[in-house]
Structures are given as C-alpha cells and as structure tokens.
Design a protein around this ligand. Structure first.
Ligand SMILES: Nc1nc2c(ncn2[C@@H]2O[C@H](COP(=O)(O)OP(=O)(O)OP(=O)(O)O)[C@@H](O)[C@H]2O)c(=O)[nH]1
Length: 183
C-alpha cells in the first residue's frame, strides 16, 4: 500500500510504457480517502486506443472516480477541479505534451500555465509522465524536439513536486520525498 499523497501535495510519477506507473499513481490518489478526479489527456485516434481507454474506464468503475478529459486545456481543468477535498490524478503529461505539439501551440507558454495551475492547486495532485530519453537519438527532428520538451517538462514538474517516484517493472523508486516537518 503506497503512502498517500497528502492534502495540497504535488506528486510526479515517472516511468516507461507499461511500467505500472498509472496503477501506482492511482494507488496514491485513492489512499488519500478524498474525492477522486481522473484527468485523462489521451485522445482515441484508432480502435486500439478506444479499446484501451474503455478498459481503463472499466478498471476504474466502482472505485469512486469521476473522469474529466483534458487533451489540451489541462491547466484550466486542474484549476477548475482542484479542491481541498479532491485528489486529482493527471494521466498523463506525455500525451498532453504530444497534443500541445500536434496543435502547434507554444510549448513553453502551455507548460508555464500548467505549472502555475499545479502550484496553486488546493488539494493533492498526482501527475503521471513518461521517461522517454533512454533510447537512441531519434532520426527525425519532431521526435528529437518532443524528447527534449518531455525531459524539460519532467524536470520542471519535478522541481515543484513534493514527491517524485520512478516506477520500473511495477516497482516504485522514490527520487524525491517530502521534507519532514522540523518541529
Ligand atoms: N480520453 C481518455 N483517456 C483515458 C481514460 N482512461 C485512461 N485514459 C488514458 O489511458 C492512458 C494510459 O493507458 P496505457 O497507455 O495503457 O498506460 P501506460 O502508460 O502505457 O502503462 P502504465 O505504465 O502501466 O501506466 C493515459 O494516457 C490516459 O489518459 C479516459 O477515460 N478517457
């Protein structure tokens, strides 16, 4: 049983594809005992993705989640949905960044807005993101730009997060833990 995200804390959960990061992040959010909002950033462009999303929805059914889809307007959704009695799970920053780039939006400006919304959140926010930089340097420029933006986005969220956990093969490794209160 993971230690719950506390009120107002920001947690970043990193990992590769199928690493178990989403399940771990869900566990952090549910362990708060607060109202649960799942902020989904994926868009279904094909049948496989539609089925994948349907499976995720079925897995969450009955566990008290309310789902809000935010493929692009993530900062606005975090600002609107965050509340002291609500735990937000944002799954995931990688697909959000993909959507921002495909929509030809200004990545830096969008990330600035997202960070401001996360920093102002009233309740716990758990964010899932991918570590994508372990492979070889991609041949095409868009993939290289994406990889760089993703690395910078992860660093910026990690810098303001209270806790950062890397999940590999279903196992969590804490990279950053909340500071203990001094008294
Ligand atoms: N639009 C939408 N997307 C959803 C919903 N539920 C889950 N998703 C998306 O499903 C994606 C996660 O699914 P997977 O690709 O199977 O997970 P993964 O990240 O590869 O695997 P793990 O590392 O195990 O989490 C996330 O990006 C979510 O945004 C939903 O209700 N609506």
């Amino acid at each position: 049983m993971p230690t719950p995200a506390r009120r107002g804390t920001v947690t970043l959960v990193l990992g590769g594809a199928r690493s178990g990061k989403s399940r771990f992040a869900e566990g952090l959010a549910t362990a708060t005992g607060l109202d649960l909002v799942y902020v989904a950033t994926a868009q279904a462009f094909d049948d496989e993705m539609r089925e994948r999303i349907a499976r995720h929805r079925a897995d969450r059914a009955g566990e008290g989640w309310r789902t809000v889809e935010a493929p692009l307007a993530l900062a606005g959704v975090v600002a609107a949905e965050s509340a002291p009695e609500t735990a937000l799970l944002v799954d995931c920053l990688t697909l959000w960044l993909t959507n921002v780039m495909l929509a030809d939006l200004d990545v830096e400006r969008e990330v600035d807005g997202l960070l401001a919304a996360i920093g102002a959140a009233q309740g716990p926010v758990v964010l899932v993101s991918n570590e994508v930089g372990y492979g070889i340097v991609p041949e095409n420029a868009l993939a290289r730009a994406f990889r760089d933006h993703q690395g910078r986005l992860n660093q910026r969220v990690a810098a303001i997060a209270d806790r950062v956990t890397l999940v590999a093969a279903g196992l969590p490794l804490d990279l950053k833990l909340p500071k203990e209160p001094t008294s």
